[in-house]
Design a protein around this ligand. Structure first.
Ligand code: CMC
Length: 428
């Protein structure tokens, strides 16, 4: 098989190298095409454009395969802890017992945030969406740790920045929720594991002896693992591109949080529950909403359906659907919205519009139902996604920096006015 592709343009042929990944994916390397032929490639939404080579996550959308560093998402979700997966993503291998103990101890040591962060938090109106608060407060870490501003400083400094953000993000996320409620914040409890500590900071109230239910903590652990990385998606590409300018880790992650917020990406989990609630309030019939989703003049989309890369099923959605049934049963929660979701899925999966376009439930379709059962409020759903995605963002940022990748800077085809003379305002 040839390891070259040939483009013919204006009677001249240009040979382009074809590169191959470890799972036999192939790409035409067009990096020299412009210099040789004057042509650039154009691909709105980067639907068929690879931005990098990466050794972190493998995804096969046709087969519904997702692996972190070679380990299947099914096995990791079943058996690993979120911090083990974080270590795997960031450092490339599963930690040994002593590596894990050190990593866990380092994170635990840094869970407190600077008291002045509370002053910034107090400045936000209580109606603030927690995603906006999270993105701002993560960006504000640059002010408290100015040594983090230079991502080239030293490996130890990068390690410290990574540990700090992994440790502090749950505290900041829980505080963003407390701000929304107008309640006093809870400080971290370092005797607890990552998930139980987060749940305590979210739900404990003064004078209350709070202990996270192990079913809830386990479900949260699984959800965070399922969200931990997803190769070059919108928010991860944002993190890499911001980091490519040698901006700090905290600025890059803050930008990633903003990218995640939109309803076409991580914001879909909030939008799904709002849609299911709207269906319930409307009497529970799904056909009206199906018709709206199919109407090209209506901007409404079936939230939680469709994916840029998965065209048969989303393996994360399969795991979450099963987990939703078991978590609700274990917690004794009867959520009418689960039945609506199952009914909607059944109708959509047999509707030619969805079948032809290969639109299946994605990770966000059932995750909101579990979050609700765990007591997480709807506005916090996307924050939960961000907490889960954090190790993936860090791993992708670190890989990009270690490979010394060039600054991200796409080209364009200009379609505006040709050169024309300026006219004075009175002459227009
Ligand atoms: N409801 C109705 N029609 C849809 C939907 C949907 N949810 N998703 C895609 N389509 C249609 C779309 O209108 C288009 O139809 P046509 O070919 O007739 O123009 C076709 O399916 C292909 O869609 P696309 O918008 O070109 O596909 P994309 O790869 O650009 O978008 C997507 C992917 C996830 C943004 C999109 O499917 C969507 O908006 N889904 C709803 C939002 C959602 O659930 N997002 C969460 C994604 S999973 C979490 C994450 O990793 O971000």
């Amino acid at each position: 098989m040839s390891d070259k592709a040939i483009i013919t343009y204006n009677g001249q042929s240009y040979e382009l190298p074809v590169i191959e990944g470890t799972e036999n994916e192939k790409a035409v390397d067009i990096s020299k095409l412009r210099a040789e032929s004057g042509l650039i490639t154009l691909d709105f939404g980067y639907k068929n454009t690879g931005a990098t080579t990466s050794a972190i996550t493998f995804l096969d959308g046709e087969e519904g395969i997702l692996r972190y560093r070679g380990y299947s998402i099914e096995e990791l979700a079943e058996s690993a802890s979120f911090l083990e997966v974080a270590y795997l993503l960031i450092f490339g291998e599963l930690p040994t017992k002593s590596e894990f103990e050190k990593f866990n101890a380092d994170i635990t040591k840094h869970t407190l945030v600077h008291e002045e962060i509370k002053n910034i938090l107090d400045g936000f109106p209580s109606k603030s969406h927690p995603m906006g608060v999270l993105s701002s407060l993560i960006s504000s870490l640059t002010a408290f740790y100015p040594e983090s501003l230079d991502p080239n400083r030293s490996a130890d400094q990068v390690y410290l920045s990574v540990i700090r953000i992994l440790a502090k993000m749950p505290t900041i996320a829980a505080w963003a929720y407390k701000n929304e409620l107008g309640h006093p914040v809870n400080y971290p409890d370092n005797s607890l594991d990552y998930c139980s500590n987060f749940l305590k900071m979210m739900f404990a109230i003064p004078s209350d002896v709070y202990k996270a239910d192990s079913v809830v903590a386990d479900a949260l652990n699984k959800l965070l693992i399922l969200h931990a990385d997803h190769e070059q998606n919108c928010s991860t590409s944002t993190v890499r591109i911001v980091g490519s300018s040698h901006a700090s880790l905290y600025s890059a992650i803050s930008a990633g949080i903003s990218a995640l917020w939109g309803p076409l990406h991580g914001g879909a989990n909030q939008a799904v529950i709002e849609m299911l609630e709207a269906i319930r309030k409307d009497g529970g019939g799904v056909q009206k909403f199906m018709d709206k989703a199919k109407d090209k003049d209506d901007p409404f989309r079936l939230m939680g359906f469709g994916h840029r890369v998965y065209k048969n099923f989303d393996p994360r959605a399969k795991i979450i659907k099963k987990a939703a049934d078991s978590v609700l049963a274990k917690l004794g929660v009867n959520d009418p919205v689960l039945e609506i979701a199952k009914g909607l899925e059944e109708v959509a999966l047999s509707d030619p519009y969805f079948v032809e376009r290969k639109l299946y439930p994605n990770v966000d379709f059932y995750s909101g139902i579990i979050y609700r059962a765990l007591g997480i409020p709807t506005q916090m759903f996307t924050v939960m996604f961000a907490l889960g995605r954090l190790p993936g963002w860090i791993a992708q940022w670190k890989e990009m920096r270690e490979n010394n990748e060039p600054i991200g800077r796409p080209r364009q085809i200009y379609t505006g006015a040709k050169a024309r003379p300026f006219t004075n305002i009175g002459d227009r």
